[in-house]
Design a binder for this molecule. Structure first.
Ligand SMILES: Nc1ncnc2c1ncn2[C@@H]1O[C@H](COP(=O)(O)OP(=O)(O)O)[C@@H](O)[C@H]1O
Ligand SMILES: [Mg+2]
Length: 260
């Protein structure tokens, strides 16, 4: 099963990715977290992991990857063929993954220099890698994205079994609910919502903008422990019953079994 986590910047995508990965691991699953955010570098920290080297290095770097993608387009390789091979928890190159307690983190690539050009080749690799991931029955893939909706255009979402949008207490998030709902419909992948950083008043407002309430699979209140961890760049604290609820609801509502 492949899950993609999306939402506006700062809504809590990386936090939720981390909490869900831990929960799946607690339930005996082996989890592959794929970091597709080219800018933010903190996911490993909140997961309590070492930072893995950029996966694009394994394929020779940005330029080589760009050439490879141009070549496969020229050669007419079909979109649904994993041109770079297939991967499971055990076969992801060891030097390019960081691992703790049944959770692996793979980071596709980061922008490191002011003048290094666009991120197209990193996104192309991210799509190829997501396409090539073939999780076994006891494996779960969680894809953390960067802010916004570009991942739809890059073709990540259509390769996943379910999309989870993190909705925080902001007007921007409320606007994004509509946009992402439309896009999820277009790619025909089930969309679920997690409300984040809520209190009683904001929770009610956010629930109002989500037309199908049964699609809300969890809610995390504004949590001082998460604020503290975020501020200090520390691993997330403790275990969250809210995460267990999300995993259970997702399973009940078919998010795990719908076709990729
Ligand atoms: N439920 C929550 N309560 C309090 N702070 C939170 C909560 N969820 C996330 N945060 C904080 O919000 C900030 C942004 O979270 P992050 O997961 O990095 O967002 P994103 O990946 O969407 O940009 C971090 O400082 C994080 O600690
Ligand atoms: Mg993030």
């Amino acid at each position: 099963m492949k899950l993609i986590i999306c939402g506006k910047g700062g809504s809590g995508k990386s936090t939720i990715t981390s909490l869900l990965s831990r929960q799946y691991a607690r339930e005996g699953k082996r989890v592959i977290v794929v970091d597709t955010d080219v800018s933010n570098v903190g996911l490993h920290r909140i997961m309590g992991l070492e930072s893995p080297p950029d996966l694009i290095g394994y394929f020779g770097g940005k330029e080589k990857m760009g050439e490879f993608m141009r070549e496969s387009r020229r050669g007419g390789t079909p979109q649904d063929v994993p041109a770079l091979g297939t991967w499971t928890y055990d076969t992801i190159p060891k030097e390019y993954r960081s691992e703790l307690d049944g959770v692996q983190l793979v980071s596709v690539g980061k922008i490191n220099e002011a003048t290094e050009g666009c991120k197209c080749s990193i996104s192309a690799l991210a799509r190829q890698f997501i396409l090539g991931l073939t999780p076994k029955k006891d494996e779960r893939v969680i894809i953390d994205t960067e802010a916004g909706i570009e991942h739809f255009g890059r073709g990540f979402d259509s390769l996943c079994n379910a999309i989870i949008m993190v909705v925080d207490s902001s007007y921007e998030s409320q606007c994004l609910v509509r946009k992402i709902s439309d896009m999820a419909d277009t790619v025909a992948v089930p969309l679920y919502f997690i409300l984040n950083k809520t209190d009683e008043a904001t929770s009610a407002t956010l629930r109002d903008v989500i037309p199908d309430k049964s699609r809300i699979i969890g809610e995390f209140g504004l949590d001082p422990a998460l604020i503290e961890a975020g501020l200090m760049g520390q691993a997330l604290p403790g275990s969250y019953p809210e995460a267990a609820e999300v995993v259970q609801r997702l399973a009940e509502r078919g998010g795990e079994s719908s076709p990729a």
